[in-house]
Design a protein around this ligand. Structure first.
Ligand code: FAD
Length: 192
């Protein structure tokens, strides 16, 4: 979004909503990034789009979009353009990230060397600090601080990661995953 899309709402943040340091405003529950713009990676695509539609220059955007859509519609009739690819929202980013993390657990040795253990511990710590959704990262860092990543073996790490994932599942009201099945889900696949 442009600078003109920045929040000018003076309402206090909704209860339970956290904002980056120094931020005191929040429009319609949308999570803002540290620069005050809506955070794509912290919101669902629908919430992000709804906010964008409310931006002050909605009218001019709509006019431009209508013209563009009319042009595209005419073009679409005669060409097969690929679908537009957008940056990930919080759910897309999350699914891809869990896939990477659980796949790392699946390929981790049963008896890792001390260098491999140290690499994995560093990776998790850095991942928790660099994760692009800052609200997710804050909670994940807190989780890592209260339940230190277990890196002594593949199963230790797989189980730890499953618990960490379940912590997020509970927060989001999703079903808790049975951690006895983590390896079947992420390494071996179901039995024939
Ligand atoms: P996902 O939760 O992405 O799971 C993908 C697949 O993993 C599932 O289909 C299932 O087969 C398997 N699975 C589920 N649970 C487990 C488990 N415990 N162990 C092993 N496998 C499992 N979103 C937010 O809105 N707010 C947040 O604060 C937030 N924090 C996040 C923190 C981290 C570190 C990550 C990686 C993601 C976070 N997300 C957050 C995204 C969220 O966890 C989901 O990825 C997103 O909501 C999409 O969910 P989903 O239903 O597609 O399945």
């Amino acid at each position: 979004l442009e600078a003109s899309d920045r929040n000018t709402d003076t309402a206090p943040p909704a209860e339970g909503v956290r904002l980056p340091n120094g931020m005191t405003k929040l429009p319609n529950g949308i999570i803002l990034d540290k620069d005050g713009k809506p955070c794509r990676a912290c919101n669902t695509k629908s919430a992000f789009s709804a906010f964008a539609a409310q931006a002050t220059h909605k009218q001019s955007k709509t006019t431009a979009a209508t013209t563009a859509a009319a042009t595209q519609g005419a073009t679409a009739a005669t060409s097969t353009k690929p679908a537009v690819e957008c940056p990930p929202d919080v759910a897309q980013l999350g699914r891809s990230s869990w896939t990477l993390l659980h796949s790392i657990a699946a390929q981790y040795p049963e008896t890792p060397s001390s260098a491999q253990q140290s690499d994995l511990a560093s990776f998790v710590r850095l991942f928790s600090r660099l994760y692009p959704c800052w609200v997710c990262a804050d909670d994940f860092q807190a989780y890592v601080a209260r339940d230190t990543p277990r890196v002594a073996s593949r199963d230790d790490f797989g189980q730890w990661l499953c618990r960490a994932h379940n912590d997020v599942n509970v927060k989001l009201g999703k079903p808790v995953f049975d951690c006895a099945r983590w390896e079947e889900r992420w390494r071996t696949g179901p039995p024939d």
